[in-house]
Design a protein around this ligand. Structure first.
Ligand code: KIV
Ligand code: ZN
Length: 519
């Protein structure tokens, strides 16, 4: 069986999704989960893009070293000295560092964007790979917009890149333009004609502008690609990248057809999806393959009858294979701290400090008071919310609201900060609007809400509500998350989470103020 490497770029290409703003702590949290998931390579960021990106890649390189001995940590760099030196410095502490350097090769990019001749582009590529190679053994070279490049020019530039020391050559369909059979044929052509290609990994990197990212990646594998670049939930620039869970489950579920394997622990897929959705604020549509809420739900009578008789009638993979064991009762009101700690370990949360466990235990007990059955999904949601929390500059003490048919909603909030306790009331178009106005009054911090999403964690009338919001404030984009059995309180908690992140200086500059444009 051939081993297909999974190169995860959630933290680089995925982080380039419009509106996504992860802080270093959140990125490290995702990177740790990717290591648990079993990806081969984590592309941790684009170090030259900003000081924040650089620091995040550095932190991830360090953190992953202790998490997993086998995972490669990559930093992206344009084919330019400054970029490569910065990337080298950022990945230096990784157990297995990789520099991923790229230059555009399509006529339109070379002429209009780079304003370089094809000869000059090849020269830059060779210089970039040679320089990267002076820092690390593992060098990936990408021909940006390969999908619209002349295949013979690709043969030339990849040949030179391999001669200069590239160990992976990547063939990006940067604008998601290609049809699967074209992409497959391109990979087959490169494989047949580039000297030395048999000694390196051939990688796919497909964007989803025409909805072909996953199938194009698979067409690449069918024609000899040994690495697939993808993101959790398929997030990424514009329409996104190939979705990791779809590529992996296609290879896994149809092993009979492919005869390939990945190192992915598929039971970690759902948890990875939930974590990325929660932290990026890019929620997963219910009908999304593998990880959507409805992916394993059978609605029609005929289907229900079928699955009751034999699951395989309408299910090609089981929910458990991708880690969806929702609804398993973990513990209740009378469970003690030791049992709680044990369940955390069983759910895969190993490295939590005593302080973190104490806070989580308190939140768990609060939840037991409000909810009759506490499930593994509830505990995961609590941990994910808690472990990425920033210091509480603002503490939500109380929230009250009155609303009903024919009456104007009115809300009161009480917040505590270092300088005292503040209480404000306000009306609004609905209870959430009223609460948000009241918080704004209490803090005097104007924010602009650009998205608000709510979902239920698990099922049942007493299920936890999870609210995710994205706001713009003072040139920064920040996400907030709030969890409660009361959805209005969850909304208030999401807002307070944003305030705390703003106070902690977290968040990414909104597009207009970004230091440089990412590729
Ligand atoms: O889409 C693309 O071309 C990229 C490269 C930088 C690999 O993301
Ligand atoms: Zn890309």
């Amino acid at each position: 069986m051939a081993h297909i490497k999974i190169f995860d770029t959630t933290l680089r290409d995925g982080e380039q999704s419009p509106g996504v703003a992860l802080n270093t702590k959140e990125k490290v949290e995702i990177a740790r989960q990717l290591a648990r998931l079993g990806v081969d390579v984590i592309e941790a960021g684009f170090p030259i893009a900003s000081e924040g990106d650089f620091q995040a890649v550095r932190e991830i390189a360090r953190a992953i070293r202790s998490e997993s001995e086998r995972v490669v940590v990559a930093g992206l760099a344009r084919a330019a000295r400054g970029d490569i030196e910065r990337a080298a410095e950022a990945v230096e502490k990784a157990a297995h560092p990789r520099i991923h350097t790229f230059i555009a090769t399509s006529p339109i990019h070379m002429e209009k964007k780079l304003q370089l001749s094809p000869d000059a582009v090849v020269e830059r590529a060779v210089q970039a790979v040679t320089l990267a190679k002076s820092f690390v053994d593992d060098v990936e070279f990408s021909a940006e917009d390969a999908g619209r490049s002349d295949p013979e020019f690709l043969v030339r530039i990849f040949t030179e890149a391999i001669r200069a020391g590239a160990t992976t050559i990547n063939v990006p369909d940067t604008v998601g333009y290609m049809m699967p059979w074209e992409y497959g044929a391109l990979i087959a052509h490169l494989r047949a004609t580039v000297p030395g290609i048999e000694n390196v990994d051939i990688s796919t990197h497909c964007h989803d502008d025409l909805g072909c990212a996953v199938i194009n990646s698979l067409a690449g594998v069918q024609n000899g690609a040994t690495q697939v670049e993808c993101t959790v939930n398929g997030i990424g620039e514009r329409a996104g990248n190939a979705s990791l869970e779809e590529v992996v489950m296609a290879l896994e579920t149809r092993k009979d057809y492919w005869g390939h394997m990945t190192a992915i622990d598929t039971t970690e897929i759902y948890r990875s999806s939930r974590l990325v959705a929660g932290l990026t604020g890019m929620l997963v549509p219910p009908n999304k393959a593998v990880v959507g809420d409805n992916a394993f739900a059978h609605e029609s009578g005929i289907h229900q009858d079928g699955v009751i008789k034999a699951l395989e009638t309408y299910e090609i993979m089981s929910a458990e294979t991708v880690g969806r064991s929702a609804g398993v009762l973990v513990m209740g009101k009378h469970s003690g701290r030791r049992a709680f700690r044990k369940s955390l370990a069983e759910l895969g949360y190993e490295g939590l400090s005593d302080d973190e466990i104490n806070v989580l235990f308190r939140r768990f007990k609060d939840l037991c008071d409000r909810k009759s059955h506490v499930t593994s999904e509830d505990i995961r949601a609590l941990v994910d919310a808690e472990t990425t929390r920033v210091p509480e500059t603002y503490q939500l003490l109380a929230v009250q609201f009155q609303s009903g048919t024919g009456m104007t909603p009115v809300a009161t909030v009480r917040l505590k900060t270092d300088t005292g306790v503040y209480e404000e009331a306000s009306t609004g178009d609905g209870p959430v609007d009223a609460i948000y106005h009241a918080i704004e009054r209490a803090t005097q911090l104007p924010i602009e809400l650009s998205s608000y999403e709510i979902r239920s964690v698990g099922a049942g009338k007493d299920a936890l509500g999870e609210v995710t919001i994205r706001v713009q404030s003072d040139g920064r984009t920040v996400h907030g998350r709030g969890l409660s059995t009361d959805v209005v309180e969850a909304s208030a908690r999401a807002y307070v989470d944003v305030l705390n992140k703003l106070a902690a200086g977290v968040g990414r500059p909104t597009a207009a103020t970004e230091e440089m444009t990412a590729p």
